[in-house]
Design a protein around this ligand. Sequence first.
Ligand code: ACO
Length: 426
Amino acid sequence: MTDTAKLQVDGKSVELPIIVGSEGERAIDVSKLRAETGYITLDQGYGNTGSCKSDITFIDGEKGILRYRGYPIEELAEKSSFIETAYLLIWGELPTQEQLQSFSDLLTGHQMLHEGIRRHFDFFPPKSPPMAVLSSVLNALSCFHPQLLEITDDNFFQEAVARIMAKVRTIAAFSHRHALGYNITYPHPDKKYSANFLHMMFSDPYNDYDPDPVIVRALDTILLLHADHEQNCSTSTVRMVGSSEANLFASVAAGVSALWGPLHGGANVAVVDMLDSMLDEGLSVKDFVGQIKDKKNGIRLMGFGHRVYKNFDPRAKIIKSICNDMLAKLSIDDPMLSMAEELEAAALEDDYFVSRKLYPNVDFYSGVILRAIGIPKEMFTVMFAIGRMPGWIAQWYEESKFTKISRPRQVYTGATERGYVPMSDR
Ligand code: ACO
């Protein structure tokens, strides 16, 4: 294969370098194109644009492959924990027992919130969207850790990581309890990451919540499966914000905002809403699929389709099996699961979905599990944000090594120059 691409434009020929990734992905480097020809590339939605070179996560959307730092997601989901995987994503290698223990101790040391931060919750109205609360409070953390606004070496980075990873879970649980008008449950020093989150969500002063280990493992695996997914909308946002040298707190807060939308992290809520209304209205799978296929209705099958996967999302397969396993072990019979399975089977046999390569994505079954765990729908996207935090952090750090601000160009299509019209003439 060649190592340059030739482009002919305006009778001029330019050679553009070809960059090859470690898994054989090939890209045409257009960074000098404008300087040499006056042209830019246009790719609205970035479906065909690489924004960076990255060592963190590999996806082959055609084959349904996802690997973090080279390790297949299936192996990590089976053998690792969320915190071990977070370490892997952020520092590039699986930790030794000692490294894992010290990371875990660091998180325990930083899981409490400053009283000033805790009081923020009192001023959010009771029904505040938890994603808004999470984004605001993460941003506000920068006021309480001014020494970490500029990260000058790996030790500072580690301090910032520990605070964000530990506190995001505390903030999320506090926002849930505040929304319900409950007292706040403080983190427990002896509980591990996911068990501690469930404790802060569900323990009351008079009643310690003691979850079945199946639930704790399911939650931990869901967080792990969400931990990174290369240059998606929220991660690209975090990198974009970070490229201006904005601090880590501000950058991940922006990531939370990007994740909120229903075409991204908000899809897990949209799936449950969709299944709920089908059950409420007694709508059959056949009729609903018919409604989706009729484009004038503007309805999408939420939890289906993906910009990169044109095959099964490997995370969806794992989540479906955790879902079946957990519900069976806990003897939960949820009509929503049967409805989801029926809908999935119908879509996978229907030419509309097959021809467009639309398969279930990570969100299709995650809402059903979260519901079974007892996590309210309003918190689903927050759970995604907790899971995605190590990925955002790792990607931000990688971006910080590349010292150029991200600044795309545009093709201007508005009015050409015109004179100011006085108010009396309009
Ligand atoms: N239901 C019905 N039709 C769909 C769906 C869907 N879920 N997804 C895509 N299509 C159709 C589109 O209408 C379009 O049809 P056309 O060619 O006749 O116009 C075709 O498939 C291609 O769709 P695009 O919108 O171009 O695909 P894109 O890659 O831009 O979108 C996305 C990907 C946003 C995920 C889309 O599939 C979607 O909206 N899915 C539902 C929402 C969802 O589940 N989001 C979560 C994604 S995973 C994540 O963020 C964690």
